[in-house]
Design a binder for this molecule. Structure first.
Ligand SMILES: Nc1ncnc2c1ncn2[C@@H]1O[C@H](COP(=O)(O)OP(=O)(O)OP(=O)(O)O)[C@@H](O)[C@H]1O
Ligand SMILES: [Mg+2]
Length: 291
């Protein structure tokens, strides 16, 4: 019976790898409150506006707040998948502009203390679900924990959010170092948030990327500079994603620019055909390995 189940799983996984690939991105930071959730949400919506299909996964442990940021209340969260045996499909909620998201609920701590059977169910259903999306974006909690590392190390790209404040930069560096020591190949895309102008953003990125190069021998890339923008605070208060609140605001324009850039990256070529398959295989390995 076990053997049969194993064969079925292998087949499902193989089939999922033949579906169109989806790019997986983890949004991380060292310090908390630097703008990960606002970036994740608005970047995802911007990709949707360009015609991409995006699944946004709230991975903040017990503190998920993506639905608050978009003024929605989701009926289900990831907890319903594990505790009430809901299918992953059932718990996907509808956001604006065709965005689909999975709310955080009680969060990630559940996902990593699972029975083997639950891990298999989770990874299989996620693999099947991913076939419907061009992007799967994980909004992570601040810092790198043993639990969050399992997801972060499985993705294809890591977006690191930092502000120009020295505390935020130092923590971003520490987080990247932690990841780098576990895997030196997943690319780091840096988002400089709350910059007071282009120059401060560029200068800060240069400082951070120089340090990464010098101490870790590691290249990093600038995904974009997000200006400090009062419209973001207004939008958060009104629970409207800032890109929809004021689409011509400096931050909205910057996000749109990043989404445009993402679409034309050469990485999206044949070499990446197996993204979804690789992601699921790695995630499965990490979730099983570290029980
Ligand atoms: N570019 C910006 N301009 C002005 N304010 C901003 C900007 N980015 C973020 N903020 C402010 O910072 C707050 C925190 O942002 P957000 O919730 O996205 O951070 P986070 O990194 O997800 O936090 P956590 O670590 O708690 O998950 C926002 O509510 C907003 O008030
Ligand atoms: Mg957040």
């Amino acid at each position: 019976m076990n053997d049969q189940a194993e064969k079925l799983r292998a087949r499902l996984l193989e089939e999922s790898s033949k579906r169109p690939m989806s790019k997986t991105i983890a949004v991380v930071s060292g310090k908390g409150g630097v703008g990960k959730s606002n970036f994740s949400l608005n970047f995802s919506i911007s990709l949707c506006q360009k015609g991409d299909k995006v699944l946004l996964f709230d991975m903040d442990i017990g503190m998920g707040n993506l639905d608050i940021l978009m003024g929605r209340t989701s009926t289900y969260s990831i907890a319903d998948f594990f505790e009430k045996n809901r299918s992953l499909n059932d718990i996907v909620a509808e956001g604006p502009n065709g965005l689909r998201y999975i709310a955080g609920g009680t969060g990630l701590s559940h996902i990593v203390k699972l029975e083997d059977e639950q891990i298999s169910r989770f990874t299989e259903e996620l693999a099947a679900l991913m076939g419907n999306y061009d992007y799967v974006i994980f909004d992570m909690g601040a810092g790198i924990t043993e639990e969050s590392a399992r997801f972060i190390l499985s993705v294809q790209e890591i977006a690191v959010i930092t502000t120009p404040e020295p505390t935020s930069i130092t923590d971003a560096y520490s987080a990247m170092k932690q990841i780098h020591l576990l895997d030196d190949s997943i690319p780091f895309y840096i988002v400089l948030n709350r910059a007071q102008g282009e120059k401060e953003g560029q200068d800060t990125f240069k400082r951070l990327s120089d340090v990464l190069k010098r101490f870790l021998g590691r290249e990093s890339f600038l995904l974009g500079i997000l200006p400090d923008d009062r419209y973001i605070q207004q939008a958060v208060k009104r629970q409207i994603p800032f890109i929809l609140y004021h689409e011509k605001s400096p931050a909205a324009k910057a996000i749109q620019h990043m989404a445009d850039k993402m679409g034309c990256r050469p990485a999206d070529s044949a070499a990446g055909k197996n993204h979804s398959y690789q992601f699921i295989s790695k995630l499965k390995k990490f979730l099983f390995e570290r029980q």
